[in-house]
Design a binder for this molecule. Structure first.
Ligand code: URA
Length: 258
């Protein structure tokens, strides 16, 4: 076979590829540093928000759920106003899956305010906190130290809407409800708080670990607060009722004799 020019050019190309040549040379010089800088700038521009690009539609800035909760809660002047503010708050998806807003039960202005976690099925159905099995047990616990939601206790939850399948509330859900709980405490003006369970301690004290926290008075929302085992947990772990009894006595002592 005759060795053509085409074959010699092809052989030269193969040799260059095998040698690792990746760029072709041209007549005019190329500033590869400038090319790299331009590529980085183009990449940044595609990451920039749409309104930064001329002609793109201007999207309204997204409201921060916690900021908005804070503003709406602060604006509420009384408990019905706070309930209305919660009903108008649109950032918590739990609202869309719940049947009812569960705001509070008991006696507003009572010396004791109990803060639970979130409504369960029965609470969601009736629109009142602590009316299911755990709530009935809570009533018996309170009665043992002479307290009654009908006259001496006010009750609410960190979350006013039932989470699906009673799952634990997410940190973001707790964070956006916290301003409402703080305002709830300020408007209800209790003397002391009882934080029932880990979610309530998380929202009020910024920490969990109820086995360690229970029984020791702390401060939440500017009030003396007693962390206790949640009544639902006590129903599952009856051997812990001895500790719960000690905590109830501590609450009774704090209030003085009835
Ligand atoms: N558990 C809670 O924490 N709150 C309720 O209202 C019912 C069960």
């Amino acid at each position: 076979m005759e060795y053509t020019e085409h074959m010699s050019l092809r052989a030269a190309l193969v040799w260059q590829i095998e040698a690792g040549v990746v760029d072709t040379l041209s007549e005019t010089p190329v500033d590869r540093y400038a090319l790299a800088a331009a590529a980085a700038a183009a990449k940044e521009q595609t990451k920039a928000p749409a309104q930064a690009r001329p002609g793109a539609p201007v999207e309204p800035a997204k409201a921060d759920p916690v900021d908005e909760a804070q503003q709406m809660a602060t604006a509420a002047q009384d408990l019905p106003g706070l309930k209305a503010a919660l009903a108008a708050f649109e950032h918590c998806d739990l609202k869309r899956g719940a049947r009812n807003l569960v705001f509070a039960d008991g006696t507003p202005g009572a010396r004791v305010m109990i803060i639970g976690e979130a409504p369960g099925r029965e609470e969601d159905r009736q629109g009142k906190p602590f009316v299911g099995q755990a709530g009935q047990f809570l009533d018996r616990m309170l009665a043992a130290i002479g307290l009654d939601r009908g006259e001496s206790v006010y009750i609410t939850n960190v979350l006013p809407w039932r989470p699906p399948q009673n799952r634990d509330p997410l940190p973001a859900e707790i964070a956006m409800m916290r301003p409402f709980v703080a305002r709830h405490v300020a408007l209800a003006k209790p003397e002391v708080l009882v934080l029932m369970g880990n979610i309530s301690c998380d929202a009020g004290l910024g920490k969990r670990g109820i086995t360690r926290l229970r029984g020791t008075w702390a401060e939440a929302y500017g009030k003396p607060a007693l962390p206790m085992f949640h009544p639902a947990y006590l129903l599952r772990q009856p051997h812990l009722k001895r500790e719960a009894w000690a905590d109830l006595l501590s609450l009774r002592a704090r209030l003085g004799q009835p």
